[in-house]
Design a protein around this ligand. Structure first.
Ligand code: NAG
Ligand code: NAG
Length: 926
């Protein structure tokens, strides 16, 4: 490729130079042409030179260069590829890639730090373009700008240079594309440019006036949400309407039934279960769990399953596969051939060659056959995968209609409505559409609504539109928007109209946003390219894109995330922005999390909280980016964080938010008083919301219990544990490990029992619960304070204490891992301790139970013995039993609760006896 490029380019260049020398029109022209090749133009060319440039085809040369450069473009396949692997080999490859990426490719592929130089042929091309640009060649300026912005033709990105050239171009002829790009740059400050919302608004407005759909989209969203300008519903509606009109025009320009809009926008994090991981994120837990689970990850399994079913002769599987090929979910290519083959398989079973119903047709496939006929008809009607043929299409629709298929009825209605292969006939169209609509086919409901609207029956039309909109039909959203906006047949409602228009506008993503490019770049691990592509869509107001951009910019994982066991390898896809200057913009991350949260993304809302929380930490290095010089700001950030969490917890039942609140209570962050009891309640609620959080919650509770136990033991002042009755020295100071353990066990048991009481106490609101920093008056109190203090610092601000102040970016990568690692180790240690304690506790309970049972058994035995008259032996045994009960069990030492029973009793329990089983069970352990 490079060699080919170089050769062509050399030829071109020498031709160019030769022509400049051999065909001199005049002396000035020769110099002008020589200068074209020269980079360093000292002075702007004069009028004469300019005329020569244009007269002698300088612009053509720019186009030649362009086409040569295009050969130089690496051919990314921005095509849709399965997001998930297919088959075993694919799976292996998929995970190999993940591991590989985790090991070596945590950085974007290109390292922008030592700004790569433009060299060789590319440099020659760029120099020529620069020269051409000095003759005010817009194409040259445009190319230069694009290369610097997108990094086309392997040119390194430079946003400043791009900004310069776009500005030149915009000043030159008011080029709308350039204006849009300038608006984008000023709005986002991408790549460290200056942010200036006023300029952004200005440039976008200019571009939108020239009909630039991207600027229209941006402005609509800005006025809708009040970003960089005052909120204005009317303006939002007017811009959204422009985009929606274009969307409708595009839709109607398609084959019968309209152009199809493929949706490629999705949240990248959700493939991996959401920002906080599977189960912890709202997007993948609770009510969202099953739905999202099906869409992204499991399509391939479904396909495999359907394949198997098909081979077993399941007609339902055949048609489902057909629809899959025809409609193709995100990430898959449509395949009309395969779709048609599937549908024909069914049709051939049901109909004979001459169109009669086959006598051999299996019973019960009428419905499926009708559907298949409708699809075949649709493909013929639209010319998909085969030649367009209205006549044949109609034949198939008739077959479908004979079986009562609504999809066939709908298409037949369209044919009559638009006069496709049949004379136009509104009445018949209405009949067919109505039949289909009554079978609740949303498309037909929408089309019928339009018919009613044409006849002036706005009420009926509106009802049909609402039905269809419920199923997400774009057309009906558009008409609802129009009716609502103009107040026809209903009250005018600007907000609602804007919402409807927004749906329509965003549905037309092919017209203004490049999700396919962004997605495939992300899949490749080219995060910068993914970022550039999706920041545009984010500015257009797509919540998905905002979440994606924020995810790319998110410079650290959650401050207090549910520990998904903190193994760095697991977060493979996480781009490491430290290595990429472009992605190093926490301010923008917060901006997009906020916007995404405002569009009802709960995970983003919690993320917002995390950001504010980290800002509130004095040790946090983020402060260098958000200078806050007084404590008040830190406090207000804390409050914001709390608000975010509370909102997410209360209105959206987010387990993560509950968890975070629990953590804040555990550590007493900000205005939240340290309160182990409340913390436990939040942790419990988190578990209740989300069963998947069992492990982390259990661990956290263990830690909490440990802390509250310590708090109680050492006489700390935090609510939840404090033992009010027994305050004597002895109880506070356990002497041996065993005693400690027992104390813990008691505390744990009591804690549950005390819950209600503590609740009441807390409601009374006597706040003697002081901060942990106060050294306790009693021995051991200081220890508690220290522990809590250290602990709070360790977690707050993502290990703010462990990090060199103000040096988030210079610090090496291990920082992040270290924090996670230390936390993981703590957790693992705690888990170990917990396991031990739980084990001990269970052992003790088992021991107690055992004793109870033995006592019972003894009683029985005794009775038996008494009845049988063998009273000897029973008495000493009973005595022994009593002794055993008085003896405190030593957990951990005698895990099974009792020694081999034989030892105690001097004999083995007979098989079949209740004790025999116990003995065997105990025996296994020894
Ligand atoms: C802007 O300029 C470029 C280069 O001349 C051109 O290709 C593009 O069509 C222009 N855009 C508009 C909207 O005029
Ligand atoms: C440069 O790349 C971007 C995105 O990849 C693309 O949209 C644009 O059309 C390209 N520009 C040129 C001049 O090829």
């Amino acid at each position: 490729m490079a060699r080919k490029f170089s050769r062509i380019f050399t030829i071109l260049l020498s031709l160019f130079i030769a022509s400049a020398i051999l065909i001199p029109a005049s002396r000035t022209s020769t110099t002008a042409r020589a200068e074209l090749v020269d980079t360093q133009l000292d002075s702007r060319p004069d009028e004469q030179q300019r005329q020569n440039y244009w007269a002698q085809g300088g612009n053509d040369i720019v186009h030649e260069i362009w086409s040569v450069l295009r050969d130089f473009e690496p051919t990314w396949k921005d095509s849709v590829t399965p997001a998930r692997p297919t088959g075993l080999l694919g799976t292996v490859w998929h995970y190999t890639r993940i591991i590989f990426r985790a090991l070596f490719m945590n950085t974007p592929t290109r390292d922008d730090n030592d700004a790569p130089k433009v060299k060789g042929d590319l440099k020659k091309g760029v120099d020529s373009l620069k020269a051409a640009a000095s003759f005010d060649d817009p194409d040259a300026m445009f190319l230069l700008a694009e290369m610097n912005f997108y990094g086309n033709f392997s040119h390194p990105r430079s946003f400043e240079t791009a900004n310069y050239w776009y500005r030149q171009l915009a000043d030159l002829d008011g080029n709308a594309t350039a204006q849009y790009m300038l608006g984008l740059m000023y709005a986002t400050g991408i790549g460290g440019l200056e942010r200036d919302q006023a300029k952004a608004l200005l440039y976008h407005t200019f571009a939108a006036e020239q009909g630039n759909i991207k600027s229209e989209m941006t402005l609509a969203y800005r006025y809708h949400a009040g970003i960089g300008c005052p909120r204005s519903c009317d303006k939002a509606v007017s811009y959204y309407k422009r985009v929606a009109d274009k969307a409708m025009t595009y839709w109607q320009s398609g084959p019968p039934g309209g152009n199809s809009f493929v949706r490629n926008s999705y949240r990248w994090v959700e493939v991996d279960g959401g920002i906080y991981g599977e189960g912890a994120s709202v997007s993948s837990s609770g009510p969202n769990a099953p739905r999202d689970g099906i869409t992204a990850a499991h399509i391939d399994y479904v396909l495999d399953y359907l394949d198997t079913k098909e081979r077993q002769g399941d007609f339902n599987a055949i048609i489902t596969l057909g629809k899959h090929y025809y409609e193709a979910p995100r990430g898959y290519k449509r395949n009309f051939r395969k779709a048609q083959r599937q549908f024909m398989k069914i049709a051939r079973v049901y109909w004979t060659k001459d169109g009669k119903v086959s006598p051999k047709a299996p019973k019960g496939i009428e419905r499926i056959a009708g559907k298949a006929a409708a699809y075949i008809g649709r493909m013929l009607l639209r010319g998909e995968g085969m030649e367009q043929n209205f006549e044949k299409a109609q034949t198939w629709f008739k077959r479908g209609i004979a079986l009562g298929d609504s999809f066939a009825q709908y298409h037949m209605g369209l044919m009559y409505r638009d006069g496709l292969g049949v004379p136009q006939d509104g009445a018949r169209a209405g009949t067919y559409l109505k039949a289909a609509a009554e079978q609740s086919l949303p498309l037909a409901q929408s089309a019928l609504g339009v018919l009613f609207l044409d006849q002036g029956d706005i009420d009926t039309a509106g009802r049909y539109f609402e039905l269809a909109a419920g199923a997400g039909v774009m057309e009906s959203f558009y008409y609802l928007a129009e009716l609502t906006n103009q107040g026809v047949g209903r009250e005018r409602n600007c907000g609602l109209a804007a919402a409807y228009y927004k749906v329509v506008a965003e549905r037309a993503e092919v017209l203004h946003s490049s999700f396919v490019e962004a997605n495939s770049a992300y899949e490749r691990g080219d995060f910068e390219r993914a970022y550039v592509a999706s920041i545009m869509a984010a500015e257009h107001g797509y919540e998905n894109a905002q979440a994606n951009v924020a995810h790319l910019l998110d410079y650290k994982t959650s401050v207090i995330s549910l520990p998904n066991l903190g193994i760095p390898l697991l977060s493979t896809k996480k781009p490491s922005p430290k290595k990429s200057k472009l992605l190093n913009d926490p301010y923008l991350a917060l901006v997009y999390f906020t916007r995404s949260a405002k569009q009802a993304n709960v995970d983003s809302l919690i993320k917002m909280g995390d950001y504010y929380l980290s800002l509130s930490s004095p040790a946090s290095a983020a402060l260098t980016l958000f200078p806050t010089d007084d404590n008040g700001e830190a406090k207000s950030n804390l409050e914001k964080a709390t608000t975010c969490y509370t909102t997410a917890a209360e209105t959206h039942h987010s387990a993560q938010a509950l968890w975070n609140l629990g953590w804040m209570h555990e550590n007493g962050i900000g205005s939240v008083t340290q309160d182990f009891h409340m913390a436990k309640r939040y942790y419990d609620l988190a578990l209740e919301m989300n069963k998947e959080a069992y492990l982390p919650v259990t661990l956290a509770l263990a830690k909490l219990r440990l802390r509250s136990w310590w708090n109680g033991v050492s006489g700390g002042k935090v609510n939840g544990i404090k033992d009010e009755e027994g305050d004597d020295e002895e109880q506070r100071r356990p002497k041996t490990w065993i005693e400690w353990v027992n104390r813990f066990l008691d505390a744990a048991e009591e804690m549950d029992a005390r819950e209600a009481e503590a609740l009441a106490r807390e409601r009374d609101g006597d706040d003697e619960l002081l901060g942990y920093a106060e050294p306790g008056g009693m021995a051991g109190g200081g220890g508690n304070a220290e522990y809590a203090d250290r602990h709070a610092h360790g977690q707050q601000g993502g290990g703010g204490a462990g990090r060199v102040e103000g040096d988030v970016y210079g610090a090496d990568e291990w920082d992040e891992i270290d924090d996670g690692l230390i936390e993981s180790l703590i957790i693992i240690a705690l888990a170990g301790a917990l396991a031990l304690l739980v084990y001990a506790r269970q052992a003790r309970q088992r021991g107690l139970e055992e004793e109870r049972r033995q006592a019972q058994h003894q009683n029985q035995n005794q009775n038996q013995n008494q009845v049988q008259g063998f009273a000897q032996g029973a008495a000493p045994q009973q005595q022994h039993q009593q002794e055993q009960q008085q003896q405190p069990p030593i957990p951990g030492h005698q895990p099974e609760g009792e020694g081999p029973p034989g030892q105690d009793r001097g004999m083995f329990p007979p098989p079949g006896d209740l004790d025999w089983n116990n003995w065997v069970a105990g025996g296994i352990g020894h």
